[in-house]
Design a protein around this ligand. Structure first.
Ligand SMILES: C[S@@+](CC[C@H](N)C(=O)[O-])C[C@H]1O[C@@H](n2cnc3c(N)ncnc32)[C@H](O)[C@@H]1O
Length: 243
């Protein structure tokens, strides 16, 4: 069974693949890829894809290397996504994305700016982040980290950084870097996530149906007042197009 997050990234990559013209191999860059656990299934679904991941934590990078070692056309770089990525050409990716990363990024303008540099003209930028840490911290320590992240970001080291992210701030940073924001979508309803965990070892299609429901009802979801919307759907995806 695929998770809601795996279904989401397949959906986004599917859009980028559909746009890549002339049978050319579409290129995707994943900033803060963690262990890249979703990459083998993604590459199986889109065998034509070229995948480049970036990860700054040594243990996660090593796991990502392991997870992608038998996957053709997949490679991972060990670095923060503030610095140029060696051997990768700027403006050459059909899709640059991140998943559950923005809320941990201390220098958001530098991160967004770097992500924009690697998107080709007409390509897609998509950063999806989690508000769960900020809206429903699971411990006092997490609550404290979020408070410092929101109010005194300089105090927290890069690896412990976490904060609330405002989608309007992300859209403004897109514009500042030359990307037109195109849409914001909301995901991972808490009860859906719990249901997904409950049936993780079964072969049910119910989770695929939940994901399709999420996609089909974005217009209604976006009409819910903001605080309630973010509480109901704590994963937010901000899309843009590089003109
Ligand atoms: C919650 S994990 C998400 C990993 C993966 N994208 C996923 O969804 O499974 C957040 C990741 O962001 C990475 N990260 C945090 N700040 C970063 C930065 N400035 N540049 C690149 N990656 C960063 C962390 O190292 C960590 O692997």
């Amino acid at each position: 069974m695929k998770s809601l997050k795996e279904l989401f990234i397949e959906h986004v990559v599917g859009e980028a693949v559909g746009r890549a013209a002339g049978g050319r191999a579409p290129r995707v860059m994943d900033l803060g890829c963690g262990t890249a656990s979703y990459v083998p299934a993604l590459m199986k679904r889109f065998p034509n894809l070229e995948y480049v991941g970036v990860e700054p934590i040594a243990s996660s990078y090593e796991a990502a290397e392991k997870n992608t070692k038998d996957v053709p056309n997949a490679k991972v770089h060990f670095q923060l996504a503030y610095d140029s990525v060696p051997q990768e050409k700027e403006g050459s990716f059909d899709l640059v994305f991140s998943l559950s990363v923005l809320e941990h990024v201390k220098n958001l303008p530098a991160f967004i700016d770097l992500s924009v540099r690697y998107v080709k003209q007409g390509g897609i930028l998509m950063h999806r982040y989690d508000l769960g840490h900020a809206l429903s911290p699971h411990s006092f320590k997490e609550r404290l980290h979020v408070w410092f992240g929101n109010n005194f970001p300089q105090v927290l080291p890069e690896r412990q950084f976490v904060r609330y992210v405002d989608s309007e701030e992300v859209e403004r940073l897109y514009r500042d870097s030359g990307v037109t924001p195109t849409k914001v979508t909301y995901h991972q309803m808490r009860s859906h996530k719990e249901f997904e965990k409950y049936c993780k070892d079964s072969e049910t299609t119910a989770v695929n149906e939940l994901f399709a429901w999420e996609v089909n009802h974005q217009a209604e979801i976006s009409n819910i007042p903001r605080a309630q919307r973010e509480n109901l759907f704590p994963a937010v995806a901000v899309y843009g197009r590089r003109d």
